[in-house]
Ligand binder design. Sequence first.
Ligand SMILES: C[S@@+](CC[C@H](N)C(=O)[O-])C[C@H]1O[C@@H](n2cnc3c(N)ncnc32)[C@H](O)[C@@H]1O
Length: 203
Amino acid sequence: MFLDLGCGDGRIGEMVAARGVSVVGVDVNVRLARMAAGRHPVFVKRLPDLACVRDEVVDGAYAVLALEHFEGSKCFFTETARVTRSGGSLTIVINHPVYTAPRSGPVIDQTDGELLWRFGRYLSPGTSFEPAGHQAVEFRHRPVGALLTAAAGAGWHLEEVRERGMGPEAAARDDLAARHGDIPHLMAIRWRRRSRPGPSPER
Ligand SMILES: C[S@@+](CC[C@H](N)C(=O)[O-])C[C@H]1O[C@@H](n2cnc3c(N)ncnc32)[C@H](O)[C@@H]1O
C-alpha cells in the first residue's frame, strides 16, 4: 500500500493504482479529498503528521507538488520513515528550490538580452505566495541541502534525483518561460528506507 501525501483530487493516485498497487490518499482540503474518494480511499488530515498510521505498515509514500505546502520538512521525513517498511520508497516531486526561493526570478541582461536567473534568498528557508486561481498559495522554500540532510537523518537512502526545465505546456502560456529551458523548474527525488538496526546482541 502506498500513501499519496497531499493527494488533491486523486488524479495521481488513480494513475499509480492503475499499475496494480493500492493507494491511500491524505489531504487537508475536504473538497479535494471528496473528489479523490471517488478514486481511492482518503484520510482528511493536516500533514506532515501521520499519527493515524501505524509503524512500518506502508510499502512507500509519495508527494507530488505538495511538500512545498507542508510545514516542517524534518517531520515529513521522520514520519514517512516511521510508517514505511524497510526497503520501501519515498518519492517527492517539488517545484525546484531554485525556483521557489523568495525574491528569485528571471532577469534580462540589458547588454545582450540574455535571460538570467536571480537566486534571491536561495540559501535561507522562507516562504513566498504565488497566485493560484483566485487566491494566493503559500510555498515553503527549502534549499536542496536542507532537504537531503533532513531525509538522510531520518533514515532515507538517496536513490535518484531528476531535474527538469519548463515543459512546452508552460512555455506556451508564457513568453519568458519559453526561454527557460535550462533553468530548473521541477525536481523529483526518490529514496529507499534503510533497514532498521536489529536488537543488539545480548552480552
Ligand atoms: C498543488 S496540489 C497537488 C495535488 C496532487 N498531488 C496533484 O499533483 O495533483 C497540493 C495539495 O496539497 C494539499 N495540502 C497542502 N497543505 C497540506 C497539508 N498541510 N496537509 C495535507 N495536504 C495539504 C492541498 O490541499 C492540495 O491538494
